[in-house]
Design a protein around this ligand. Structure first.
Ligand code: SF4
Length: 126
């Protein structure tokens, strides 16, 4: 069974440095990233709703993010930039490569998620 990932988490994964909403959340997110990186060819399913990362997030209220409008916007913009859709299946490696190319290296990241509370981390790292 493939891992479900919110499209905008393809940006978060590339700048993650162990900070997050709670210790439980960061421990879990670190484990998810390591697991994905151990098997980069594994298929993931892109999903514009709570995913494997959201599982341990304090902002996940019964399966809905408390900032759902904002994160839905991030998800849609990432999908559009990468030419993908909600529900697309793609390898982890290929997805991260598309996000790097079409969102990060193309300079779109800031306009997509510049209002995120963690933007200072991503801004200083690229
Ligand atoms: S619940 Fe919301 S804030 Fe928490 S990881 Fe998911 S999208 Fe991010």
């Amino acid at each position: 069974m493939s891992i479900c990932l919110r499209p905008h988490h393809g940006m978060c994964f590339q700048f993650y440095e162990g900070k997050g909403y709670s210790e439980d959340f960061t421990d879990h997110m670190g484990r998810v990233i390591r697991k994905c990186e151990e098997k980069p060819d594994q298929p993931i399913t892109l999903t514009c709703s709570t995913d494997v990362v959201c599982k341990n997030c304090p902002n996940n209220e019964s399966g809905t993010c408390t900032t759902e409008d904002k994160v839905q916007r991030y998800d849609s913009e990432v999908l559009k930039a990468c030419g993908l859709e909600d529900g697309s299946e793609i390898s982890y490696k290929e997805f991260l490569m598309l996000v790097k190319k079409h969102v990060i290296d193309s300079g779109k990241r800031k306009e997509i998620c510049g209002d995120c509370s963690w933007d200072y981390i991503c801004s200083k790292n690229g």
